[in-house]
Design a protein around this ligand. Sequence first.
Ligand SMILES: [Zn+2]
Length: 127
Amino acid sequence: MIECRICGKEFPNMASLAGHIRGHNQSSFQQILIEALNKQNELLEKILVELEEIHSLLERLNVVETRIEETVTSKAIMPSSERHQAKEEEASHQAKISKEEPSLPSFLRDNPWIKILGKHVLEGDKK
Ligand SMILES: [Zn+2]
């Protein structure tokens, strides 16, 4: 099947397509062009509306980002006693991790595969 490039109708061979194309006169061809252009215009207008929405979303995101930055800055200047406590908690957490897996080298301690493999070996022992 061969498609007419002007109207999209399909024809079984070149001869019948050629006859059909001769039937298209200049004015109808222009009509189709105008319709195509109008469709493109509609599409462009939709894209423009979407772009404006994206633009306003980006502006809102910018506001949120500024707020986050402000929060981070205010945390950086929190009282030193609170910061000390936070450091201690972190240190005890680190100590716990090293107690659980004392024989593993440091580069393996945080490797999730080691935990999965370890679990597998333990379950295998039970059977
Ligand atoms: Zn046609």
